[in-house]
Write a protein that binds this ligand. Sequence first.
Ligand code: AKG
Ligand code: FE2
Length: 347
Amino acid sequence: MTMAADIPLLSLASSPEEFLKAMSSTGFLHLSLVDSPVPPSAVRKAFSTSSVLYDEISLEERCRFSRDDDNNFNGHTGVGSTYLNREGGQQKPDWKEGFGYGRFKPGQDWDQRMPQRLEQRRSEMAAFADGCYELMLLVLDKLSLAFNLPEDYFRACHKHQGANSVTLLNYPPPPTGYKVGEEDIRAGAHKDWGSVTLLFQEDGGQPGLEVFLPESRQAQNGVRLLADVNLKEGKWLAAPVIPDTVLINLGLMMEAWTSGQCVATLHRVVFPPNPTPKSRRSIAYFGTPDPQVELRPVAKGGIIDSSKAAPRVKEFFEERLKRAEVPKAERKELTRESSLVPIEASG
Ligand SMILES: O=C(O)CCC(=O)C(=O)O
Ligand SMILES: [Fe+2]
């Protein structure tokens, strides 16, 4: 199919080989949403929910639904609470807010507590998560076929829908009069952790997502973010926003699972060169295999390496979280609209 810069544009009619080619080179692809389980109209509705959350509900109220207080890791994370590139020495926290929803324990329902205005949209939000889950499974089927595995090989390891989640992302503009410096970043360079991520960019919204294209790459299969990447050798590619498509990329678990053949690509979100007083919005769907799945490396030809013990998803996730989580006491989380002020670099 056609190319948009270095990120190919595919559809669900594209072949498994085309999916694998994209996922083992750039590690990102644009997928047409026409005739998919997440039609463009569903994405527009999801962005309108995001607008209710971030434009009509106050920051103070959003903060009352903190991820820290939710058993399932759903809920709000404020500007200043995360450093996505902590391992790379990120000095200032991500200038980003998120609201995660959709996770629940096996055998239970999604019963997350939400602000009243979102409560009114609960079924619509659930329908969006359902569509994303279906779409992710279709992408996994393509990868299974590309590896000459049974078509449902990866799908069958994603039976528990509650392991996956939607995150409504909001990147507020920099404070008035504040000059964005080199250390300021909306989302620090990172790789996603799970299997498949769907990343919806807002039609006509602010760009800012950049994908790192290294000059060369060594297969790796661990939890480390920057183990195989030398940021001095390669280039950052600005991902274009293409209407009615979703960006698809893979996380570290998929890289480990495919013996490094599929790549979890480093990406980040930067401020525009001339910041406008508008927020940037995006929506991510983070796919994660079932917690007990063993990430036994598979290779092309359908060969599964059972010679060594493979980490389980649960262990992999916990190890990753340990490296990323910032203790609450160390966070510079902004919890009041009036405190959206520049954040000092940590010393
Ligand atoms: O907002 C975006 O476009 C990227 C977000 C992202 O990479 C993430 O949340 O993992
Ligand atoms: Fe990401």
